[in-house]
Design a protein around this ligand. Structure first.
Ligand code: HEC
Length: 301
């Protein structure tokens, strides 16, 4: 506006405040672009860590059930010759507990799977058959943890092999000599003729993997919100500061210089001398004005 009134005045095409604002906007964009991939990695790590923790808990629970059966329950049953009791086998108990657990926690996956099961509900799914194959190929393998998709949902799955031993044969051996309650309930075709020391099943536990992408979008939006508020705040503060401590004093000095250039030596340059570069510049201008005034007064006189 000063320029319209005064064509000789300064022409500001690249204002300092605009440059400051541009840098803040760029800094904002760069911060957002750096944060999103970091949020992605951290979220992925957290999701896996949480699932791992839950998996360990469930594994410990299942292992404890089996330990309870073998130490506290089975010896008495064997003594009483109650071979048909489901509590004879940790595997059966696990499979029973699993069926109740899954009713309460349908998001989890727990199954004792076999490709030759007594109970057809325990028939191995394709991915469980692959696990069985892996255990049969490498007998030293005692645990596989992997991310798997079951019925369209992603799980962190841990599996352990179930190996037949002599004591299993009471029920899983020759169907003709199997206890009556077993054969009448499950029939005589499948779930029998286990070979000693062979892998007959896998115990699989799956905890649901939260959808990393949905979480990243949620957390990303929160982060973008926070970063935007912080930057808006910085933007306002810096704009106000630059205006107050740089632009206004410079405009004053510029105006004074224009007045001075027109030969008016009376108008004082009124900028506070606050120790800053601009304060000093203004003060030097004021000294210049005074000495000009003095010199001209001298030569007139
Ligand atoms: C007291 C009889 C009995 C004994 C002993 C026994 N099981 Fe079982 N087992 C069963 C019954 C009954 C089921 C079916 C449980 C169900 O309905 O889910 C079963 C189920 C299984 C399953 C799940 C697949 C299927 O057949 O339905 C596996 C694997 C298994 N047993 C392995 C073993 C192993 C290994 C041993 C020895 C360490 C063993 N069992 C000992 C009775 C027994």
């Amino acid at each position: 506006m000063a320029n319209e009134k005064n064509p000789m005045g300064p022409v500001i095409t690249n204002s300092l405040i605009k440059r400051f604002r541009k840098s803040i906007v760029w800094l904002y964009i760069i911060t957002i672009m750096i944060s999103i991939p970091i949020i992605y990695l951290v979220t992925q790590y957290q999701v896996h860590a949480e699932s791992n923790k839950e998996l360990t808990l469930m594994l410990d629970m299942v292992t404890s059930i089996r330990e309870y059966i073998s130490k506290d329950v089975r010896p008495d049953l064997i003594e009483a010759k109650m071979f048909q009791s489901p509590a004879m086998s940790g595997t059966v108990t696990t499979s029973k507990v699993a069926s109740y657990f899954i009713k309460r926690q349908p998001n989890y996956y727990i199954k004792v799977a076999s490709d030759n099961p007594l109970n057809l509900k325990n028939m191995a799914e394709p991915f469980e058959k692959k696990l069985l194959d892996q255990y049969r190929e490498d007998r030293k393998l005692d645990e596989i943890i992997q991310i798997g998709e079951i019925n369209g949902n992603r799980f962190l799955v841990s599996s352990r092999p179930s190996v037949a031993k002599k004591e299993c044969m009471v029920c899983h051996g020759d169907p003709k000599s199997a206890p009556m309650p077993i054969t009448s309930k499950y029939g005589m075709t499948n779930g029998y003729n286990y070979q000693d020391d062979s892998v007959v099943g896998t115990i699989n536990l799956g905890v649901p993997l939260a959808d990393v992408n949905t979480l990243v979008i949620q957390r990303g939006l929160v982060a973008v919100g926070i970063i935007t508020s912080i930057f808006s705040f910085i933007f306002l503060i810096i704009s106000a500061l630059v205006k107050r401590s740089i632009l206004l004093p410079i405009a004053n000095i510029t105006e004074a210089a224009v007045v001075l250039s027109k030969g008016n030596l009376e108008q004082e340059i009124n900028v506070k001398r606050d120790g800053s570069e601009i304060g000093e510049l203004a003060h030097s201008f004021e000294l210049l004005r005074r000495s000009l005034k003095w010199t001209i007064g001298q030569s007139k006189g």
